[in-house]
Design a protein around this ligand. Structure first.
Ligand SMILES: Cc1cc2nc3c(=O)[nH]c(=O)nc-3n(C[C@H](O)[C@H](O)[C@H](O)COP(=O)(O)OP(=O)(O)OC[C@H]3O[C@@H](n4cnc5c(N)ncnc54)[C@H](O)[C@@H]3O)c2cc1C
Length: 367
């Protein structure tokens, strides 16, 4: 079958990877370069972790995601992932932590609860006296996102997948699987996948009332010299609280120490200004000042502005549109880890000629 894909982020590439393995002929259209630094998928790293609040479906999907990443590493001939462990910190009794602990227990994950003394002993970067609730999982780590996008694109091109960079799709015909390019040319296929990240609502109008583009500011941090070695073996930090809501990605393999704000801005335009301000990450910085020792001695190296779309319940939208098209909108800041898994599901649905339960599964329905 001939399949067109709009977008060379992790969803488009993950889908192309799975389709090519099933023997289909794939063309990817990407409006910018590949990797495109404006895409959601292109930053030094993205996290994969089991703690997921009450979301039992996504918690279970993480194990399946790891299994498919292993196939990707085997195919690429390199592992673009490092396990770091996951340290969750929070207010006593905060809902996200209560829900996470219950979900992890039901799913059979070993979680270590840490009291203040144990937290201080095991994780000397943390200001343990300021933490009410702490628990740790050995699992979880860092996916080197930009390197993964680049390596997948290279691998796919070597296998005969056509990747047309700097080729924006201006319109689609979801019933016939056509894409229309800026010069008016119409390119047909048996099936079409729209994996256009925060730009997807422009091509698929039905998404406009369901998802909202959200500008998110990240801060790359430099710790004081004497703490830098501790970070090289330090865990990811999750402090997912409705009022604070930040996470810290530990440095590994040359990729930096990064602070992200888990709260959604729900504002901005992915084609707009990409200069960030410290004010936009102020809540995350305040969170770090409370949770990390000597945070005054850290400095901000640079800010990065990324976009994703937000679905109100943080669910992924992966559905058929029209007669020949699937839209992939794995929104709300947690889709990267699932890229090859979701891509394999879409490839399977195209191959089988029917969607099955893909929409409910992608929306996080626990099976
Ligand atoms: C700040 C931030 C932190 C995140 N943290 C995590 C995390 O820790 N863990 C995790 O799992 N996920 C995380 N995510 C989410 C994850 O990065 C996204 O879910 C995922 O990258 C989305 O991939 P995508 O392929 O759908 O979109 P994108 O990567 O944006 O790819 C879409 C591509 O389509 C192209 N395109 C758009 N329109 C057109 C068009 N008309 N014609 C041609 N090409 C077009 C774009 O240029 C782009 O390259 C985070 C996201 C952000 C922004």
């Amino acid at each position: 079958m001939k399949v067109s894909i709009v977008g060379a982020g992790i969803m488009g590439l993950g889908t192309a990877w799975a389709l090519e393995r099933l023997g289909h002929q794939v063309t990817i259209f990407e409006q910018g370069p590949v990797p495109n630094p404006l895409g959601s998928s292109v930053d030094q790293h993205r996290l994969i972790r089991y703690p997921y609040g009450p979301a039992e479906g996504y918690t279970k999907m993480v194990a399946d995601a790891y299994a498919i990443w292993d196939q990707v590493w085997a195919d690429l001939g390199e592992t673009l992932y490092r396990q770091t462990g996951t340290l969750c910190l929070g207010q006593a009794g905060a809902r996200w932590h209560r829900d996470t602990l219950a979900t992890l227990e039901r799913a059979g994950h070993a979680v270590e609860r840490l009291g203040e003394a144990e937290l201080a002993r095991r994780f000397p970067l943390i200001e343990a006296a300021n933490v009410d609730e702490a628990y740790y999982l050995d699992s979880g780590g860092v996916l080197f996102a930009e390197r993964i996008v680049a390596a997948l694109a290279k691998r796919l091109a070597a296998r005969g997948v056509e990747i047309r960079a700097h080729t924006p799709v201006v319109e689609i015909d979801p019933d016939r699987g056509f894409v229309i390019l800026g010069d008016g040319s119409v390119i047909g296929a048996d099936a079409l996948v729209v994996a256009a990240g925060p730009w997807a609502p422009r091509l698929v109008p039905s998404l406009r009332r369901r998802v909202k583009p959200s500008r998110q500011v990240l801060a790359y941090l430099v710790p004081p010299d004497d703490l830098a070695p501790l970070w090289q073996t330090g865990p990811m930090l999750l402090d997912i609280d409705p009022d604070v809501g930040f996470y810290v990605v530990p440095p590994r393999d040359g990729a930096g120490l990064k602070l992200g704000d888990h709260r959604f801005s729900l504002a901005g335009d992915p084609d707009g200004d990409r200069a960030g301000t410290e004010a936009e990450i102020a809540v995350g910085l305040a969170g770090c000042a409370r949770r990390l020792k000597r945070f005054d001695d850290y400095r901000i190296d640079r800010l990065k502005v990324c976009f994703y779309t937000v679905e109100p319940d943080e669910k992924f939208i992966i559905e058929p549109v029209g007669l020949s098209t699937y839209v992939m909108s794995p929104c709300s800041g947690h889709g990267f880890k699932f890229g090859p898994l979701l891509g394999s599901a879409v490839a399977g649905a195209i191959d089988a000629g029917e969607p099955g339960d893909i929409a409910a599964w992608a929306a996080g329905a626990a099976s």
